[in-house]
Each structure stands twice: as C-alpha cells, then as structure tokens.
Ligand binder design. Structure first.
Ligand code: HEM
Length: 479
C-alpha cells in the first residue's frame, strides 16, 4: 500500500425493563396519606388523569410542600421500583395514568436502564474513535486536512477541481515540504479520507450523545446528578474537538522549517492531552453506564443491603482502594505511552530489557548537558518530557511498575473474600496486562509496525476498561 511506503516518521496523530423507579406509580394513598388538606388539589389531578404535563406536576409539588411529613414522602419515593403497571397490586385509573405521567415529572432516585445502555454505547464509540485515531496517526494521515470547520468540513472534495484545491492547501505546510514532495493526488486522497473519517466519527459521537441525552433529560429518565454529569460529558466531547484541532495546528506551524533536522509532527504535549481527554471521556461513560445498570438491577432485586454487605470487610475495602490506585497507574502509564508515540521514541533503542549498554540509556540527560552539538541546554527535568530516550525509559519503568502492581494485586486477591465479579475482573486484569506488555515489547522490537502499534494502543484502553470494571465491582451502592 502506498501509505506504508510513506516515511515512517513525523506527524503521527493520536494517534427496560422500564422498571426504574422514575416511572413508577405515585399512589393516591401515598399522596393523600401525607397531605393534610390537599383535597382540592387532588381533585384537580383526578379530573385530568390523562394530561401528563404541568398541572399534575404542580399538584404533586404543592402537595409535597404542604405535607406535614416531608421525609415520609421521600421515603415512599425511595421505595423499591414497581416493575410495571401490570404488576401493581392496585390498578385504579389514577395509578395507571400517573405512571405514564410521572415518567417526565417525578424526581427519579435512579436513572432508567436505557440511560445506562446509552452511556455504554457512547463509550464503545469512543473506544472505536481512539483506535481509529491511532491508525490515523500511524499512517501519517493526521495533518492532511489543514483547516477545521464544523459544518463545512463535513463535505469532502468531489470534483477534480475541489481535490486539486485541497491538495494545494496541503502543499503549503511543512509536512508536504519536508517529507512528501513526491506525493501524488491519489496518495493524498488516502490520507485525506483517513483524517476525514476520524473527524466525521467525532461529529457523530457528539450528536449521538447530545440528541438522546436531551431527550432522556426532557422525559425525566435521568437523576439530577446524571443530568449534570451528562452536561459535563457533552462539554468534554466539545473540548475534545478543540484539543484535536490545537494538536493538528501544532504540526502545521512553519517554525519547524527553521530548525535543522526537525521532523514535522504534532507536539507530544497536545497529543497526550488529546488522548488523555479521550480516555477520561471513555472512563466516565463506562463507569456511568455500569453504575446505572447495576443500581437498577440491585434495587429491582431489593438486594441493596446484601450487596453492600459483601463489600464491608476491611480487606475488601483495602482491595478496593488498591484497585482504584491501579486504575490511576494504568492511566498514567498510558499517558507516558502517548509521549513515546508523540516523539516517535519507539524508533530508538529497539531492544528489551536493556537500552544500549545498560538498563538506563546513556543519553538520558543529554538535552540538559551543554556541548558543541547542544549549545542551548534545557533544564534537566525537561529531558523526561522532551528527550526521546528518557521518555521511552519512563514508559518502560511505568509499564513494568503497572505489570508488577497487577501481579501483586492478583496474588493478594487470593486472600481476600471478593464478590464473584470482582474476582473475575482481577483475573482478567492479569491476563490483559500480560498481553499489553507483550504487545508493547514486540511493537518496540519490530520498530513500531502499524498493526502491532495499533493493537498496543487499543490494548491500553482495554486494560483501563478492565481496571475500571474491577473498581466498579467494588463500589458500594449509595442508599
Ligand atoms: C501496562 C502496560 C502498557 C501500557 C498501558 C501502555 C500504553 C501505551 C500507550 C497508550 C501508547 C500510545 C499509543 C498511541 O497513542 O498510539 C503506548 C505507546 C508505546 N508503548 Fe506502551 N504501554 C504499556 C507497555 C509497554 C511496554 C512494556 C513497552 C516496551 C518496552 C511499550 C512500548 C511502547 C512503544 C514503543 C510505544 C510507541 C508506539 C507508537 O509509536 O505508536 N509499552 N503505550
């Protein structure tokens, strides 16, 4: 393939059950038992049983505020969810209609399962775009579209004229001038489509999160906390687009033309920020989806106490804290990997476990050591972020620490009375960590071939997923 012939350096871009309590019946008896003199209000509700909007909401609100026992009312709303109107013991007309009405009116104590599935679906899309972003970076396609326009950018060039125009734009930037002067239009089309697909999937994720989210919020399917969280996630998705554009811009700067031997590529800092933000969005989506589905399941089975009791022993709690620390360590290791990718630091020291003569590379601090070749040394600590040898060394150390921590946690898990799923997650973590380390080492030994590097990148998100799943299995459900 033409793409594989392109120089392997430079601009590699990052890379219902319906059983939730929200739609449940608000019984006549519940309301009447807690209100002292709400008869006129209630009769209004009873006269209009099929109108689901504001009047009856106001009625309930007024009834709620005039109640002598507020906590009593809250307690009734917190009761286990009623599966459906057909399973309700009493089937008066008021109950049946109010169930449908209150879907958009009552304040749910847990979000509906469909919200959980929606979060998990969105998370799987984010996983997909991270993998696609990795391939975009590895095929050196990321700098092919030199502008960013949310709406206009959706339409790729069609006619010969449009393609020529787009290619001409690309030719104005360092990547073409320094690396791709022999590139043909068909070759340009390949890298263009790769980057275009990445941006289109990004737009699709934004829409597929915001549109259903707005609908679920409008229908009252989400708790207040999940509504706010969804707003935050929507903002993060928007921010991700902005970060992506700044990352691309960092690779388009003409400054690079002035530096001798410089390679046109995006800044490793922007690349790590873009990848890190994607990991955070993914993590929030995964944890939220799992949290909502489990809360529904446990509450429906009325097994809250039993469930939380399993997590009570001090050893289990300690294990839970360790698993949270481990998930953080996986994240940090992944970010150090992004720095390796951003600096193309996987193309040096292609051996393991040594780096040259020893375990620590001899040029670890070279960028802060003054010499004829380095008249402007940088502060020593900047080596850790800008010197490819040091950056690769960091990634190795963090990866090995992660692998050791996973093994240690697994060994410790043998002595802890873990719930079933927590044990499965711990075992899975050990397996995925072993695969990830193997992929990392082979990626390095074979000089970062695209399939291995892409698998290593997806492996990191898989490892984070399993670590988060373990954390989730050990989280208590609030009452
Ligand atoms: C816990 C284990 C590990 C995790 C979570 C991890 C994570 C990552 C991540 C997220 C990237 C960036 C990928 C991208 O943006 O395309 C990366 C890159 C890289 N990792 Fe790892 N890694 C691990 C272990 C290792 C090991 C043991 C090695 C080898 C000693 C290694 C070598 C590399 C190399 C060479 C790259 C650069 C690949 C490229 O340029 O695309 N990794 N790693």
């Amino acid at each position: 393939m033409v793409l594989n012939l392109l120089p392997r350096v430079s601009c590699r871009l990052a890379a219902c059950s319906g059983s939730a309590s929200i739609g449940r019946v608000v019984r006549f008896s519940e309301v009447s038992s807690i209100t002292s003199t709400p008869a006129p209000l209630l009769s209004t509700t009873l006269r209009k049983p099929l109108i689901p909007t504001l009047p009856s909401l106001q009625t309930l609100r007024q009834a709620f505020s005039s109640t002598p026992s507020r906590s009593q009312f809250v307690a009734t709303l917190d009761a286990p969810p009623i599966q459906s109107t057909t399973t309700a013991t009493s089937t008066s007309k008021f109950e049946t209609t109010s169930n449908a009405e209150t879907a958009s009116e009552s304040k749910p104590s847990i979000s509906r399962p469909i919200v959980g599935y929606w979060y998990l679906f969105a998370g799987s899309l984010v996983f997909g775009i991270v993998a696609l972003g990795g391939v975009t970076r590895l095929t050196e396609s990321g700098l092919s579209i030199v502008e960013w326009n949310l709406i206009k950018g959706m339409k790729p060039p069609r006619s010969q004229e449009e393609w020529d125009e787009e290619f001409e734009k690309y030719k104005q930037f360092p990547e073409y001038k320094l690396l791709n002067t022999r590139m043909t239009l068909p070759e340009f089309k390949q890298i263009f489509y790769m980057e275009w697909a990445h941006r289109m999937v990004g737009r699709f994720i934004g829409l597929s999160f915001i549109i259903p989210g707005a609908y679920f919020a409008y229908k009252g399917y989400m708790t207040r906390a999940i509504r706010y969280r969804s707003l935050l996630v929507a903002a993060l998705i928007g921010g991700q687009g902005v970060l992506g554009w700044y990352m691309v811009k960092s690779g388009l700067s003409d400054e690079i033309m002035e530096k001798p031997h410089a390679v046109p590529r995006v800044s490793q800092y922007w690349l790590s920020a873009h990848l890190g933000s994607a990991f955070v969005i993914y993590a929030v989506m995964l944890m939220t989806g799992l949290e909502i589905l489990r809360a529904n399941k446990v509450k429906a089975a009325q097994a809250l106490e039993k469930f939380n009791a399993l997590l009570k022993p001090p050893t289990v709690q300690r294990f839970a804290r360790m698993s949270r620390g481990l998930a953080g360590l996986v994240f940090v290791t992944a970010m150090s990997g992004a720095m390796v990718a951003g600096l193309d630091a996987g193309l040096i020291y292609n051996e393991f476990p040594k780096m040259g003569e020893g375990f620590v590379p001899s040029d670890m601090w070279v960028m802060s050591t003054p010499s004829d070749r380095n008249p402007n040394p940088i502060p020593w600590y900047k080596n850790l972020l800008e010197n490819p040898a040091a950056v690769q060394f960091n990634h190795r150390v963090l990866a090995m620490t992660t692998a050791t921590a996973v093994s240690g946690l697994w060994l410790y898990s043998r002595r802890v009375p873990l719930p079933r799923y927590a044990r499965i997650a711990t075992n899975a973590l050990l397996g995925v960590a072993a695969i990830q380390v193997t992929l990392g080492i082979t990626t390095l030994l074979y000089l970062v071939p695209i399939p291995l590097a892409a698998a290593h990148q997806s492996g990191s998100l898989t490892l984070l997923s399993v670590a988060l799943w373990l954390v989730h299995t050990l989280r208590r459900i609030p009452k």
